[in-house]
Design a protein around this ligand. Structure first.
Ligand code: AP5
Ligand code: MG
Length: 214
């Protein structure tokens, strides 16, 4: 069983959705660098407010900030985890490799989720997030509209402020320039597995589960 997992993939490819399914099935804890940055913003910390300026324009946050946040999380967790959206650049991947080498807990697998641009656009414009429990849902798939209550806790559903088509194109540019080189980086290390993320969440999860259990 693989239990040290990185989820790689363009915006709205389903990283958060699959992370939640992996945690529910196998109990492996997850951290999402994007979610951590949004939580910092919600708490009104200087770091959160600074990061929000960049994320709302679709830009990546500087490597040093993200590496620091993620290494703190790693210190507090054991030897099984999922990173959703981290690393996102070669310097971040090198930093993670160093941290894991120090701990003697190497990465088991990198799951690269793939979906075409039309699918990503559709998912970005349909995404809703529960303001109370953080559940990610899709309008038209899990709930009828933004006015519906969260299906898990009844909280209010909201839209992310980077979920517009304009911001998506900038996020895609950043992805192509800084994150896509990680596909080759992890391929060279024999860690990369590709997932077709175009199907419904359960169909995608079947591919994920088969790899994790192999
Ligand atoms: P982050 O929050 O990680 O955003 P992202 O990479 O753009 O990915 P998303 O969260 O948008 O998509 P996802 O792949 O998780 O898809 P989801 O499961 O929600 O980061 C936000 C920002 O923070 C970045 O742009 C950057 O500025 C900054 N940041 C974060 N990490 C950083 C780092 N390491 N370094 C520097 N900066 C960093 O699914 C999307 C929607 O589709 C949902 O509504 C879901 O219900 C639906 N859906 C999912 N799967 C399916 C399916 N199979 N079929 C139908 N619908 C589906
Ligand atoms: Mg996400």
């Amino acid at each position: 069983m693989k239990h040290r997992i990185v989820l790689l993939g363009p915006p709205a490819s389903g990283k958060g959705t699959q992370a939640e399914l992996i945690t529910a099935r196998y109990g492996i804890p997850v951290t999402s660098s994007g979610a951590v940055l949004r939580e910092e913003k919600r708490r009104g910390t200087p770091l959160g407010l600074e990061a929000d300026k960049l994320t709302s324009q679709g830009k990546l946050v500087p490597d040093e900030i993200v590496i620091e946040l993620m290494s703190h999380w790693l210190e507090r967790h054991g030897d099984a985890w999922i990173f959703d959206g981290f690393p996102r650049s070669v310097p971040q991947a090198e930093a993670l490799e160093r941290l894991l080498a120090q701990q003697g807990t190497p990465l088991d697998v990198v799951l690269a989720l793939q979906a075409d641009l039309a699918t990503l656009q559709q998912r970005v414009t349909s995404r809703l997030v529960c303001s109370q429990c953080g559940l990610i849902v899709s309008a038209g798939l899990h709930v009828a509209s933004v006015d519906a209550p969260c299906p898990r806790c009844g909280g209010a559903l909201t839209r992310r402020n980077d979920d517009t088509l304009e911001t998506l194109s900038e996020r895609m540019r950043e992805y192509a320039e800084k994150t896509e080189p990680l596909v080759e980086y992890y391929e060279q290390r024999g860690l990369l597995r590709t997932i077709d993320s175009a199907g419904v969440p359960d169909a995608v999860f079947q591919q994920v589960a088969a790899i994790l259990e192999s």
